[in-house]
Design a protein. Structure first.
Ligand SMILES: *Cc1c(COP(=O)(O)O)cnc(C)c1O
Length: 392
């Protein structure tokens, strides 16, 4: 494990202990009834929302995640290559994609259509084994998944493949459009449509291992939509999927990512000095400013220009003027070159959070953490201790 380097120019520090605690906390939050509660899928697509796919996947498994979810076959195969032997679902393939590698690796592959199912079955027949297939129905997101008028055809084709020994249908699932707005009427409509799809699947003779509809917000805010499994992405990273409804702190979750750097230079500005490209900020008084060595080339959004703040010591330091490709300037009275800067973190010591950055930039915390990267080193720490097994 690479250790955080206090002298590093800039780095992304991911606490795997926080990931484990979040996964266990999420299980608690969705297992409030009698019985074992739904299975947990931790979604680690897009390099685990910028946190590091293989490292996060391992921590999630240690904390008991039964499933991992990814978008692409490449992501699923990278998890297998890293030694993961558990259940993995992927859900985004292009027409004509070769499914042999995922079928051979015992990855569950999602079919959106009969055509796509046929492509998966072709791989299964070539390999002489049954493919694990999940069927996705569009219940109102109007994105991936079979439209309603194709549900029955998809279910019947999948059942036929099961009988022929080419497939095991392991899941039927769908995805919410508005789960972060619990009162939005689309949620009721989608859950109703999903229940209708499940009846049609059963009518076609399917009896999948898992039926699932909810992402983080659905799982947390809509108990009726938990079914057999819930898919947690953002919440596992410690961020609230519905910040207008509930904060991550109220949920008992810990943001796992800290982005930190060291200032490379400080200087004093006279009143009237313009700062950064376009001089969109002009000093209205004598100012002491510091240069932070990160920019949009590292995923710091340009939209944060003159809006965001960072933490230097005990002090909140506003960004002055435009964020550049590699650097930005902050108002930092009394600071010195080489001072530690926290761009965002869990928020426990007064530093801004990814959610704060999202609000400053008019976006969602998903985008803030996922696009962070570029030239920054990423290091993984473990607040559970060096073995990472504590309490797992
Ligand atoms: C990304 C994704 C998720 C995870 O969503 P969160 O809101 O981050 O929990 C779940 N399901 C599907 C299909 C996804 O694409």
């Amino acid at each position: 494990m690479t250790l955080p380097d206090p002298a590093a120019r800039a780095e992304i520090v991911v606490d795997l202990g926080a990931i484990r605690r979040n996964v266990r906390r999420l299980r608690e939050l969705v297992s409030d009834g009698p019985g074992p509660g739904p299975a947990l899928m931790i979604v680690v697509k897009a390099d685990a929302y910028g946190h590091g796919m293989v490292e996060v996947a391992r921590a999630a498994r240690q904390a008991g995640a039964e499933w991992l979810g990814v978008a692409t076959a490449d992501e699923a195969l990278a998890l297998r290559e890293a030694g993961d032997t558990g259940r993995i679902l992927c859900w985004l393939a292009a027409p004509g994609e070769d499914h042999r590698a995922t079928v051979a690796a015992d990855v569950d592959t999602t079919a959106y259509s009969v055509t796509q199912l046929d492509e998966i079955l072709e791989a299964a027949r070539t390999l002489g084994r049954a493919a694990r297939v999940q069927l996705k129905v569009d219940t109102g997101l109007s994105r991936g998944g079979a439209p309603r008028d194709q549900w029955v055809a998809l279910f019947e084709a999948a059942r036929k493949a099961e009988v022929a020994g080419d497939a095991t249908v392991t899941g039927v699932w769908s995805h919410f459009a508005c789960s972060d707005e619990p009162d939005h009427p689309a949620n009721d409509a989608q859950e109703t449509a999903f229940r209708e799809a499940l009846v049609l699947a059963a009518d076609a003779g399917l009896d999948p291992e898992v039926r699932h509809l909810s992402n983080s917000a659905g799982a947390l805010l809509r108990p009726s939509a938990r079914f057999d499994l819930v898919r947690f992405g953002l919440a596992a990273y410690g961020l609230s999927p519905a910040p207008e409804v509930v904060t991550s702190e109220q949920l008992g979750l810990e943001p796992a990512m800290t982005v930190r750097a060291r200032t490379v230079m400080v200087k004093d500005l006279a009143p009237g000095a313009g700062v950064s490209y376009g001089h969109t900020f002009v000093a209205d008084r004598p100012m002491h400013v510091a240069l932070v060595p990160m920019g949009y080339g590292d995923g710091i959004p340009l939209h944060a220009s003159s809006r965001a703040e960072v933490q230097i010591g005990e002090q909140r330091c506003p960004v002055l003027g435009r964020i550049c490709m590699d650097q930005f300037v902050v108002d930092a009275p009394g600071s010195r070159a080489g001072d530690d800067v926290v761009v965002f973190g869990p928020g426990r010591d007064g530093e801004p959070t990814a959610q704060d950055w999202a609000e400053w930039c008019g976006t969602i915390s998903y985008e803030i953490v996922t696009r962070i990267g570029g030239r920054q080193r990423r290091v993984w720490v473990d607040s559970d201790g060096p073995t990472g097994e504590a309490g797992a």
